[in-house]
Design a protein around this ligand. Structure first.
Ligand code: KIV
Ligand code: NA
Length: 264
């Protein structure tokens, strides 16, 4: 299989083939995920929690993401590599261009940022300058202090409509992929159908064009805590390679996420 591009992911949506994504932070896991055929590897700022032990993603710096992006890039042959822009590294278009240049030089193929309509000018500017962009809506963890906790977003008619309008605005601005986190299934379904670009869900039901999980959650590593939307694929398989293959096949069949992993 040749390298995964954004246009390949678009074609997968059009052909109703599910896209499987996972976070990665080092070369060894990146290589394993790549060999199993995972299409997208995300160097998520979730590393602030699962690698650094913080209680949010806010302490993560651009240098942290660059370090792990270089490692993931070294292990990934075919997968599309996406790097998160950390908290407060994309406050203005100019700052975003500088931050994104660092991520792209570290090996990212695409950058991801959290937020809606306020980002449209930035997204268009990035795309014009050669930086593909992935959006992130719903529960955007960098805004945890505004939300007052990690809560399902898009509940109620007005909030759901706002999410849809944000998604459409981001698509018009130029994003090539959208992550939708912790939203009710009917809202995720509506947004997935309204957008031409692929929508990747986490806690958004099996109605999106693909799924993403934090790798530590997929293996049940975070002691004593597994988010409702996640699943430990290691218990059934007892082998990391087989666990990743099971995750991918259950995403493709629609078996994961099941109702028990979804919000309504
Ligand atoms: O940081 C991260 O791992 C993410 C995914 C959960 C989408 O943004
Ligand atoms: Na993130």
């Amino acid at each position: 299989m040749s390298k995964i591009s954004a246009s390949r992911l678009l074609k997968m949506k059009q052909e109703q083939q599910k896209i499987t994504c996972i976070t990665a932070y080092d070369a060894s896991f990146a290589s394993l995920f790549d060999q199993v055929g995972i299409q997208v590897l995300l160097i998520g700022d979730s590393l602030g929690m699962v690698l650094q032990g913080h209680d949010s993603t806010l302490p993560v710096t651009i240098d942290d993401i660059c370090y792990h992006t270089r490692a993931v890039k070294a292990g990934a042959e075919k997968a599309l590599v996406i790097a998160d822009l950390p908290f407060m590294t994309y406050s203005s278009p100019e700052q975003t261009y500088a931050s994104s240049a660092q991520l792209m030089r570290a090996g990212a193929h695409m950058v991801k940022l959290e937020g809606g309509q306020w980002l449209t000018e930035t997204i268009t500017g990035l795309t014009q300058r050669g930086v593909p962009v992935c959006g992130h809506l719903g529960l955007t963890p960098q805004s945890v202090n505004v939300f007052g906790g990690y809560k399902v977003q898009g509940r109620g008619e007005a909030q759901a409509e706002q999410l849809l309008q944000d998604a459409l605005a981001l698509e018009t601005a130029g994003i090539q992929l959208l992550v939708l986190e912790c939203v009710p299934v009917p809202v995720a379904e509506k947004i997935t159908q309204a957008l031409s670009i692929p929508v990747i869900g986490i806690g958004a039901g099996n109605v999106t064009d693909g799924q993403i999980l934090v790798m530590h959650d997929a293996f049940g590593i975070s002691a004593g805590f597994c988010p409702k939307f996640s699943k430990n694929f290691l218990t059934e398989t007892g082998d990391i390679r087989k666990a990743v293959a099971l995750y991918k096949s259950q995403v493709e069949s629609g078996e994961f996420p099941a109702q028990e992993h979804s919000f309504y």
